[in-house]
Design a protein around this ligand. Sequence first.
Ligand code: AMP
Length: 274
Amino acid sequence: MRVVTDPAGLRQPVARPLVLVPTMGALHEGHLALIRRAREAAGPEGTVAVSIFVNPIQFDRAGDLAAYPQPLDDDLAKCRAEGIDLAFTPEPDAMYFPDRSVTVLENSLSKPLCGATRPGHFDGVCTVVLKLFNLFQPDIAVFGEKDYQQLAIIRRMVRDLDVPVEILAHPTLREPDGLAMSSRNVRLTPEQRADAPRLHRALSDAAAGDTRDDILERARDAIESPLNRLDYLELVDAETLQPATDLKRPTVLATAVFYGDVRLIDNQPVPAVS
Ligand code: AMP
């Protein structure tokens, strides 16, 4: 496995197809599932690349950035064990000029849900992902459905800016008790960790509801607990991410919840009713 820290190191030619899995590290089984999907897409002769970069410009809370786990040696060992060909682990200074002044702005899909309470977050995500696409020039990139809004926004960016990459989506990997795997889970106290599976239970049970109000009410009742604070709960159109009233179209029930200062997100696709 080649480990590159300097963007210039990505200019060397690689075997195609090149499949990229962008991450912020603290790799867990969810990331590894994306990596295995990437290998399937690349084939044994192609190149699987992983970027591990805690992107400072997508954090809206300094404390969240400071507390983000960064076990780089463990991450590289996991990448080696998965047969990754190329790992890119730049420092922030190598990615951003001090006087950088160009940012990718998405003006529709990034407004609701996480965008409403995390100003600038998706602009930071789009900017770093476009930089990674420019640096790697991957044929394919793999993203997780756990970050449903992020996936929709990246697809939109690729469409609107004619970025020559195919986006593959991978379903959410969960712990045995249903909690969506996340690098932030290690920051939960044992009590919070024991409470957090209610998110997935609430979303998947409520998805069987008959109307928008019924679904949202059932989900809210089951999510709220003395240990958490709801950031948002919304039923949105799966494509536009606008509040959904028409259940004849595919929708997504999405939530973000704070346990202390740890913010967890999850979502549940709701199939169109006929
Ligand atoms: P992150 O390191 O959190 O930025 O995530 C890197 C990629 O892994 C993103 O495409 C995420 O959507 C994806 N990912 C994170 N957690 C999971 C999970 N539990 N299941 C599937 N994909 C995930």
